[in-house]
Design a protein around this ligand. Structure first.
Ligand code: PMP
Length: 352
């Protein structure tokens, strides 16, 4: 047998959310925070057209997409680096700082890929427990030392759904030394409605060490195509671009992302509907007697403790796939009204 890296002995592969089906065939996948909508016809058309060119390699620099993102957000194209989904861009960020002895600080619980990426990059994870459902930014600032090379702040936090407000985040950024990269993971930014929650793009400009991670997987509905990006000061973006595997962002992904940026108004309407459903779902859960933290993302979080596996099983019987996290809690995506009703019915029955 080949000799593998020792770290693999203690690692397990990422477990994605799965669909389940009720005995009558009903199936509602609320386990991966995807968009519940079919792709827009204009995006499907662009992909179909793009399929004619797949005998050729994609544009390795994704110039047209980079320029479209630059224009959309009013940032220089040199500040943008793309990857095959924001999780891959996160991996690239780990690659930019990962060397023996390096430490990376992040809250726990947060996005499940962080520990995996840290292990793969050979850096040490320093995890800081959440305070309730929120980032404990004071404790995170205290966890930074000479070995710290990167801090990840997931805002809103997956899976607990809460978001950090401007004053608190700015005070934290002021405490981070400039040679430590701060990654604001804003995979769910489009769902934020609390005006006090800052858009990372208003924070990164003045700070040489702040990077904003975004994705086309959630609000833009392109999870299946894998395209994400980071917006950061030019030296950070340049470093990230050096870490990309050649041609990682495929042709259809580039084309679909460009078409999605052209269809922002339609996508925005969809986001608005999800936000309305989010309010309805949260209020209905609270009326059932659940404690539901405020959510700025396209999911809700139930801290169920020991009941988590039973809750997930009870939902599965009714065809509703939720994402259980051990004996901590369950994360439930906001889906179509029908899917949300099925979930609320299952949650209500479990409660009684
Ligand atoms: N960051 C966060 C916080 C996420 O929840 C996810 C997806 N679950 C990602 C990044 C990665 O998304 P993608 O790779 O599809 O862009």
């Amino acid at each position: 047998m080949p000799r593998f890296r020792q770290i693999l002995d203690t690692m397990t592969a990422y477990k994605p959310g799965k669909a389940v089906a009720a005995p009558d065939g009903r199936s509602y996948k609320l386990s991966s925070n995807e968009s519940p909508y079919d792709p827009l016809p204009s995006v499907v058309e662009a992909i179909a057209e793009g399929a004619r060119q797949v005998n050729r390699y994609p544009d390795p620099g994704a110039v047209e997409l980079t320029e479209a993102i630059a224009e959309r957000f009013g940032v220089p194209a040199e500040h943008i680096a793309l990857g095959a989904g924001s999780v891959t861009v996160a991996q690239q960020l780990f690659e930019t700082v990962g060397e023996p002895g390096a430490e990376v600080v992040y809250a726990w619980r947060s996005f499940e890929a962080y520990p995996l990426l840290a292990d793969l990059a050979g850096v040490k994870s320093v995890t800081v427990p959440l305070a309730g459902e929120d980032h404990d930014l004071d404790a995170m600032a205290e966890a930074i030392n000479d070995r710290t090379r990167m801090v990840l702040v997931c805002n809103p936090n997956n899976p607990t759904s809460t978001a950090i407000r401007r004053a608190e985040l700015e005070a934290f950024l002021d405490r981070v030394p400039e040679d430590v990269l701060v990654v604001l993971d804003e995979a769910y930014r489009e769902y934020v409605r609390d005006e006090d929650v800052p858009d990372g793009l208003t924070l990164y400009g003045d700070r040489p060490n702040v990077a904003v991670l975004r994705t086309f997987s959630k609000a833009y509905g392109l999870a299946g195509l894998r395209v994400g990006y980071v917006i950061a000061p030019e030296p950070v973006a340049t470093a990230v671009r050096k870490t990309i595997v050649p041609f990682a962002v495929n042709h259809l992904a580039q084309i679909a992302a460009i078409a999605s940026l052209k269809a922002e108004d339609e996508l925005q309407e969809r986001v608005e509907r999800v936000v309305k459903e989010r309010t309805r779902v949260r209020e209905a859960l609270i009326a059932q007697g659940w404690t539901v933290p405020p959510t700025e993302a396209n999911f809700v979080w139930l801290r169920l403790g020991e009941r988590t596996p039973d809750f997930a099983a009870a939902c599965a019987v009714e065809g509703v796939a939720v994402r259980p996290f051990g004996v901590e809690g369950a994360r439930v995506s906001i889906g179509s009204p029908e899917a949300n009703d099925a979930f609320l019915a299952a949650a209500g029955r479990f409660r009684r």
